[in-house]
Design a protein around this ligand. Structure first.
Ligand SMILES: Nc1ncnc2c1ncn2[C@@H]1O[C@H](COP(=O)(O)OP(=O)(O)OP(=O)(O)O)[C@@H](O)[C@H]1O
Ligand SMILES: [Mg+2]
Length: 375
């Protein structure tokens, strides 16, 4: 892999550059990318823990977040560092794959280094390296996969390839109150909307999926129609707070089984905006956002309840970026949600999922490839 290992100091070295804007430049010849808009979480430190817990280093680069985390085998998050590229892609109204790959290339080493530093550990102490293998943008995935292979190979460590969607489910197994299967899980993210029966950790059965757009995609496209920023879900969530959710009677698609559909809803919003005209639509954008969000929330909650009735599964959970939505959380008070910082992409969930996947021994993983789509 070029650009990460060859001109960087060792991963254990302290960070010397923080909080500095890269100024939108993709390349930074001869220098290391600086971490911008980086958020972290820490539940505990290695220092002071009894004995030496098994440590999993997780790496996630499937879309536009460069993330690394250190998680113990018991599920304690020692560090979780996420550097979002959202600002970089906002100009284009969505993720530009080539830009995402290049940015991951710049950020993956400093993000891994910071995750180790915040966990108060070094690569010597890490027992396994976990990485997202797919689904996602292949160019983006390959950056994380190559970095993980390099780190694992250099330390003669096993590598654990993780499915990104299993990662989202495994966000529920972290923290002080992990959820135990069996449960019914709604995974609502930027690329997927799935209803899953989770009967044991690491294994889920797909009961329903979207026939067109994902729920997060519906939020993002709706936000674009309303002239709101990217990523759209959080923007709609924010603007909807001041709106009347009953102002526009947007439809919930009726599809057979436990599947979902959001493309008709998006078209309904488009027609409503056209009918109102640009000025009036802008004036009423909080009502439009609240009504649109309410339709998505109704679609998701009704499917979750139907799935529960059909499967008899009593415990319900929601994961993925859309699970950060405040209206969805309010509509499902009896349902388990991952902590807010583990809803959108992060590497702690990848390290968590790796605990239930057979590791590949050193050096059998060097030829491992990424995959773009869920099977
Ligand atoms: N508060 C919110 N309300 C609604 N949607 C939200 C909120 N916050 C984030 N989202 C949506 O979550 C999505 C991003 O979630 P996530 O990072 O899990 O998706 P992804 O990784 O891009 O897709 P996938 O996991 O399917 O590969 C975006 O579509 C975003 O609009
Ligand atoms: Mg995701």
């Amino acid at each position: 892999m070029t650009g990460v290992g060859d001109r960087q100091p060792p991963f254990g070295a302290p960070l010397d550059a923080r909080g500095d804007r890269a100024g939108g430049r993709l390349g930074r010849p001869g220098g290391e990318a600086r971490l911008t808009e980086c958020v972290g979480r820490k539940e505990g430190a290695r220092a002071g823990t009894m004995g030496s817990p098994t440590l999993v280093l997780g790496i996630e680069t499937s879309c536009d977040e460069t993330a690394a985390a250190v998680v113990t085998e018991q599920g304690a998050v020692l560090s979780s560092v996420v550097s979002s590229q959202a600002a970089l892609h906002a100009t284009y109204g969505g993720v530009v794959p080539e830009i995402a790959s290049r940015r991951h290339l710049e950020l993956v080493a400093p993000v891994v280094r910071r995750a180790l530093e915040e966990a108060e550990t070094t690569l010597d102490q890490v027992d396994r390296v976990a990485v997202t293998q797919g689904p996602g943008l292949v160019g983006a995935l390959l950056v994380g996969l190559s970095a993980a292979k390099g780190i694992a190979w250099a330390g003669r460590l096993p590598l654990v390839p993780v499915d990104h969607l299993e990662g989202h489910v495994a966000s529920l197994y972290l923290g002080p109150e992990p959820l135990e299967p069996p449960f019914l899980c709604l995974l609502a993210s930027g690329g997927h909307t799935l209803l899953l029966a989770v009967r044991e950790r690491g294994r889920s059965e797909r009961l329903g999926t979207t026939l067109d757009d994902a729920a997060g995609e519906a939020f993002d496209k709706g936000a674009r129609l309303l002239g709101l920023g990217y990523p759209g879900g959080a923007e709609i969530d924010r603007v909807a707070e001041e709106g009347d959710r009953a102002a526009f009677p947007f439809p919930v698609a009726r599809v057979p089984g436990l599947d979902f559909s959001f493309s008709g809803l998006k078209t309904a919003l488009l027609y409503a905006v056209r009918e109102l005209g640009e000025d009036e639509a802008r004036r009423r954008h909080s009502d439009l956002a609240a009504s649109y969000q309410h339709a998505i929330v109704r679609a998701l909650t009704s499917r979750l309840r139907e799935g529960a009735a059909q499967t008899g599964l009593e415990r319900l959970a929601v994961v993925g970026g859309v699970s950060a939505n405040s209206a969805l959380r309010a509509a499902l008070p009896d349902v388990h949600f991952a902590p807010l910082d583990l809803c959108t992409d992060n590497a702690a969930m990848i390290a968590s999922a790796a605990r239930y996947v057979q590791p590949l021994p050193y050096p059998s993983y060097l030829g491992l490839d990424a995959y773009a789509s869920a099977a």
